[in-house]
Design a protein around this ligand. Structure first.
Ligand code: G3H
Ligand code: ZN
Length: 288
């Protein structure tokens, strides 16, 4: 299983979803890879604009490729939320397996036209690359938000989903189905959960028959995630939950070792903390 397309087809056939986890440093990469290895399931590493800028587009590509090759393991790399063709081209040239070409903030017709152009340009660089397009409003920022946006207005309709998939030639669609990026404080504390519109996911799947990605997975109700996967979600994105775990693990390391300055003695606390979150999400997505 050395191509993302193959892994996606396989998980779709088995009624499972591929876990997509955003990374911003090697702690996160190590933790996500270790959890996927432990469960022996394919995994997608995501790096959005800010994350790629911090790590280096070619550097994160080299790191993920080296893990895939050394361990002969289905770990793939996605250029998450890419808002311009120039940045998407950089990622395609660096060897990313997929790109989320995200013009969801633009009016629908403009989004269609520019996404179609991007699909053609990016497939000319790498015919195997998978392009995901996005419609609807799911907010921005994998951070802790003070208040929830009104998500009901921006729900993707099955009709526009079908039109978008057919006119752009995208491989994967990211719809708005009640999901949102980031977490509310009450979600971090485990008091509230995000809820999904499962019926809408099923309708979008029937209308498009396309692989679907659920963005904004952090803080989503476990049962809703299971139902969403059964209704046709094939990839689930998790970022904020890992960021919270990263911060907690780092705090723990610094508190337990107040006089330590050796990074590789402090950072394993963060790796372990992130790994536990990734493990529990991967178990759910892969029915393990
Ligand atoms: O693309 C990234 C994801 O959609 C992450 O969303 O931070 O709510 O997990 P999240
Ligand atoms: Zn996202």
């Amino acid at each position: 299983m050395h191509h993302l397309r193959e892994a996606l087809e396989q998980s779709q056939k088995n009624g499972l979803a591929i876990g997509h986890f955003n990374v911003a440093d090697m702690v996160l990469v190590k933790a996500v890879f270790a959890s996927a290895q432990e469960l022996n399931v394919p995994v997608l590493i995501g790096a959005s604009g800010g994350e790629r800028e911090f790590m280096g587009v070619r550097q994160i590509a080299a790191m993920v490729r080296s893990l895939r090759e050394e361990f002969d393991f289905p770990i793939f790399l996605n250029a998450d939320h890419t808002h311009s063709l120039a940045k998407a081209v950089d990622a395609a040239k660096a060897g990313f397996d997929s790109i989320v070409f995200d013009l969801s903030a633009l009016p629908f017709e403009q989004n269609v036209r520019q996404t179609k152009e991007a699909v053609e340009a990016l497939k000319a660089i790498n015919p195997d690359i998978l392009i995901e397009g996005e419609i609807g409003d799911i907010g921005t920022g994998s951070e802790i938000h003070e208040e929830a946006p009104d998500l009901t207005k921006g729900l993707t309709t099955p009709e526009e989903a079908k039109q978008f998939v057919e006119s752009t030639g995208i491989d994967i669609l990211a719809p708005a189905v009640g999901n949102m990026h980031g977490m509310l404080k009450s979600m971090v504390q485990g008091e509230t959960k995000k809820r999904l519109n499962i019926a809408r996911i099923g309708q979008i799947k029937s209308a498009t028959r396309a692989p679907l990605t659920l963005h904004g997975g952090s803080g989503t109700d476990d049962e809703d995630l299971r139902k969403a996967i059964a209704a046709g979600i094939n990839i689930v994105h998790i970022n904020t939950e890992l960021r919270v775990a990263w911060r907690r693990g780092l705090d723990e390391g610094l508190t337990k070792l107040p006089n330590e300055v050796v990074p590789y003695k402090i950072l394993p606390f963060a790796v372990e903390s992130v790994k536990q979150v990734a493990l529990s999400r991967l178990r759910l997505f892969n029915n393990k």
